[in-house]
Design a protein around this ligand. Structure first.
Ligand code: SAM
Length: 291
């Protein structure tokens, strides 16, 4: 099976004169078992509308078209259009939009294709923009029932990291607010052409029905950003020097920051990288009274 998808991919690349473009993070899947694994992990059924980011030469798009009700795919590289035109023609339920996902109006796209229901995102993400794409999806979390994505293994580990570990960061907390992340499968470089220099993992994020913490969400993420932008500093320093609310410095004094942390049960020397989502939620709640 792997052999035949590899042969098919090489034939398409040759026939259309396509050379994988590094600047767009193009590594094409050549393993049908990995494609099936991703779609299985996403639990796609005919009831679903899928948003695929970066269909490439349409390898996963074809399998998604068979499994899902509808597929909307956003591809930045217009030179792939002749190959993707064939996929659109062969499957009546696929629409390809040629644009940058980071400049895509996601609410508009979901209204157009989802008919009012949340979409499922499925993608083998371009690794050079994984974090901005994930952050954009999470900022629009209400639009998506689940997000199943291939990412660098290192990024998957960062997202699943525990407080206090080296990998723990702002993205871990942004994902935790949306879902309990799970690594569904690890994927070796030999599953792609060209081969990436890194191992990959498929991450499944199923949206929480209700957010796991109740707080001022905007303020909580402002505190998280302030904390991780100044990673080696104490959270007090992060809040005093780095807390930005509505585009303006929050203007919190050292005494106020220490008082807020003390009220939440933390020492003045506490560092953000040791705190859980619930801890940040409590701090945002206490800060709300003074900003
Ligand atoms: N889905 C294909 C596969 O699995 O074989 C290709 C995956 S490849 C890792 C990433 C794809 O994302 C490429 O097709 C690339 O052109 C596309 N891409 C890169 N940056 C993008 C962006 N900002 N918006 C939309 N697509 C993008």
């Amino acid at each position: 099976m792997t052999q035949s998808l590899e042969a098919r991919t090489r034939r398409i690349l040759e026939q259309y004169g396509i050379h994988a473009r590094k600047k767009f993070g193009q590594n094409f899947l050549i393993s049908q078992s990995v494609v099936d694994g991703i779609i299985g992990a996403a639990g796609i059924t005919k009831e679903d509308t899928v948003l695929e980011i970066g269909p490439g030469i349409g390898t996963m798009t074809r399998s998604l078209a068979e499994a899902a009700g509808n597929v909307a795919a956003v591809e930045i590289d217009g030179t792939l259009k002749p190959v993707l035109d064939e996929v659109e023609e062969e499957f009546g339920n696929v629409t390809i939009l040629y644009q940058d996902i980071l400049r895509t109006d996601l609410p508009g796209l979901c209204a157009r294709f989802g008919g009012g229901r949340p979409l499922k995102v499925v993608a083998n993400l371009p690794y050079y923009v994984t974090t901005p794409i994930l952050m954009q999806l999470l900022e629009n979390r209400g639009l998506f029932e689940s997000i199943t994505v291939m990412v660098q293994k290192e990024v998957a580990e960062r997202i699943c990291a525990e407080p206090g570990s080296r990998e723990y960061g702002a993205i871990t907390l942004a994902v935790a607010y949306y879902s309990d992340p799970e690594i569904a499968l690890d994927v070796p470089p030999s599953s792609f052409i060209p081969r990436p220099n890194v191992d990959s993992s498929v991450l499944v994020l199923k949206a929480h029905g209700e957010p796991p913490v109740r707080t001022d969400e905007k303020l909580m993420f402002a505190v998280i950003r302030a904390s991780f932008n100044q990673r080696r500093k104490t959270l007090v320093n992060g809040i005093v020097h780095g807390l930005v609310v509505d585009g303006k410095p929050a203007g919190i004094s050292r005494e106020q920051a220490q008082e807020v942390l003390g009220r939440c049960g933390f020492a003045p020397t506490v560092r953000g990288e040791t705190l859980s989502l619930a801890d940040f939620a409590a701090i945002a709640g206490a800060l709300r009274e003074i900003v």
